[in-house]
Design a protein around this ligand. Structure first.
Ligand code: NAD
Length: 249
């Protein structure tokens, strides 16, 4: 697959760690130019140093929840890579609190990053893609929690990811006349830095997964790369579940 994404300009949010880094790594391997957007500048620079060609990576430190981020990252991508072909909206947060103990601030924080930020970046990307007139790809990272809660404490997160799935469909309908496809990937349990910090036991999850292992960032990156490729030309508005069969149980 090396070279499949040669000449493509890609934005990946939350690309410093975890699933996002797996996605950046995959696109760089396939020859793309990637703008790695992340709040954590130090981790982003360390991530970029780990990557070797054939593609190229440029770090852009930014908070996806800030209203101006979409326009800024798109402008930077055009400046560095000459346009924008693919947006991967991956950055997301999963702070835990049962609804009965939830502070309103947690709701604001989750929706600001997971939904409002994702929507505004998609808007800015879509405006650029429409202006370019050569189609494009928008890929949002949802979660299997959009379809079934995995545990108590993630209600705000689960609702935000349900929103991501429905926004994906609405935007797909709106952008189809421009040959811009909009799809989502819904990961199950994937072992990442963020999950390592959270109060969840991956061993417990693994026991309940039919394929008997938790996922790795590469499991998601491969499906994102497929959705970004010509093989997925005729798919739009879809959410692909990548969970080792977890939703079957
Ligand atoms: N890991 C899982 O099991 C799992 C399951 C389902 C869905 N997801 C989703 O996948 C995505 C990535 O998850 P992960 O486990 O890799 O997370 P992670 O916490 O390991 O990494 C997230 C990255 O996003 C960055 N980030 C966080 N907030 C940001 C902001 N406001 N602006 C810019 N960057 C920001 C972080 O600095 C970090 O580099 C999230 O949307 C998450 O909801 C993860």
């Amino acid at each position: 697959m090396t070279g499949r994404m040669k000449g493509k300009a890609v934005i990946v949010t939350g690309g410093a760690l975890g699933i996002g880094f797996g996605i950046v790594h995959r696109f760089v391997q396939e020859g793309a130019g990637v703008l790695l957007v992340d709040l954590n500048e130090e981790a982003a620079r360390a991530a970029a140093e780990k990557l070797a060609g054939p593609g190229r990576v440029e770090v852009y430190p930014a908070d996806v929840g800030a209203e101006e981020t979409g326009e800024k990252v798109v402008a930077r991508c055009v400046e560095v890579f000459g346009g924008l072909d693919i947006l991967v909206n991956n950055a997301g947060i999963f702070p835990q609190a049962p609804v009965l103990e939830m502070a309103p601030e947690l709701l604001d924080q989750v929706y600001r990053v997971n939904l409002k930020g994702l929507i505004l970046i998609a808007k800015a990307a879509a405006l650029q893609m429409v202006a370019q007139g050569r189609g494009g790809r928008i890929i949002n990272i949802a979660s299997i929690d959009a379809f079934r809660p995995s545990m108590v404490g993630l209600a705000a997160y689960d609702a935000s990811k349900g929103g991501v799935v429905m926004f994906t469909k609405s935007l797909a309908l709106e952008l189809a006349p421009h040959n811009i496809t909009v799809n989502a990937v819904a990961p199950g349990a994937i072992y990442t830095e963020g999950v390592a910090e959270a109060d969840v036991s991956m061993e417990e999850f693994a026991k309940r997964i039919p394929l008997r292992r938790v996922g790795k960032p590469g499991d998601i990156a491969g499906v994102v790369a497929f959705l970004a490729s010509a093989d997925a030309d005729y798919i739009t508005g879809e959410t692909i579940v990548v969970d080792g069969g977890a939703l079957l149980t």
